[in-house]
Design a protein around this ligand. Sequence first.
Ligand SMILES: [Zn+2]
Length: 502
Amino acid sequence: MRLFVAVIVLHIVISRAFELKNFTFGDHDYQSLQNILHESNKKCPEISQIYTLTEKSVEGRDLIVIEFTADRPGTHIAGKPEFKYVGNMHGNEVVSREVLLALVAYLCQGYQEKDPEVVWLLQNTRIHILPSMNPDGWELANSRPRKNGQKPWLDGRANAKNVDLNRNFPEVDKLEYKYEKLENGLNNHIMSLKKALSVPGLAPETRAVIKWLYSIPFVLSSNLHGGDLVANYPYDESRDDRQGSQYSASPDDHLFRHLAKSYSKHHPSMADPMRKPCDMSGDQGLPEFKDGITNGASWYSVSGGMQDFNYLATNCFEITLELGCDKFPYPEEEKQYWKDNKASLLNYMFQVHNGIKGVIQSDGKRIPNATIKVVKMPSGSPIKHDVLSGKQGDYYRLLLDGDYKVRVIAEGFHPEERCIAVANKHMQPAQVVNFDLIPSNEEKPNKQSMCVPTKQLDLSSGTEQKLQDSLYDRIYGDYVYNTNDNQWFNYLQRILQTATGN
Ligand SMILES: [Zn+2]
């Protein structure tokens, strides 16, 4: 019930958003794309900076990024999560490019006009926007005449060397599918930057993005496309190619479904079950996208995609958004696309504040590359996708509401474990859970684990269910908000004692 109320409140808050002024909708070519970024940077110099990725496109165009954050743009600050949007990876899918340019203007205007959501977002997040990953493809698609109102379906999709950039990333899925069969197989950061860049056949646009992914500790991202209307989440590649399209769940499947819905459900038609499917080719057996979302591989299997590379090679969680049936609509239709996507684009950025974050240190010294493992409680089932702490010892672990055990492992230190309750709230940063590790050459105080998995209790099965229900009601009904894990643990202990009579 509380969740339901929260969703309604969230919707009201977001739909109150202000109107975009001084922005001309229409097709923005390479020059006008640059102009918009530079104008926004000029208007909002204190909260933005522009940079280009390390490589240019095949035809020598810059891959330009604008970054927004309220404090020290250009610098990663421990505790402030990094977010990115990538548009126009397929050059002929232009809606993403246009809505991202509108978003750039919106963030600058929103900050100047002190819109509470934009201000909060920029004070607590570092946001990077790459409106076009394939500027050469856009030029080609734009040059093609329309037939019956439509541009050719594929011209300009690939880069100028005819490479489909969303099939060009190092193949990590197959590698992970091998690892997951092993007892302690790698489940994250499965490819080093050097290894990734040594993969033959990388396009310069792909190389540029790979280097970008390894240079900034991104936490959440989306890769924006067109040609359908759906939010697509990992994995993109089937576990068994012979089976064709098959649901290929990642260890964070529940979380990814939530992330995808956080976009689709704020869009006026993406999650609408009555909407007309994008029947562009007249194919039979059109997919049904329940809630406006789909697992990538269950739709159609893709290898070398960008979203799975983000998830398996770095700490970044990425989904792929299809913003509409029409890949290259008429310029006068673009304002409506912005209206339809504005609330979703904003709401999705807030998701970077879900879960927990903190710093791993020992005696005040920050520890990079510590492994953060998470176990779902009270079931005790591990989420087999770890994240690593960054150069400043900071970590971010996106999590849904619920109870978890978090274990931190770092070379040269005793492992440390904490029990936490996550209750995500709109416009509230992720819960801070810091870890102070003890060097392994020092004795560790014999501290009992603070987590109490229900399965360790001596209860008959009926009692266990009742106890869990009661715990859920009592914890989520009135307590869990704004608390820390220690208080929560004491509270849990008290309930358990009452329920079990000891
Ligand atoms: Zn696409």
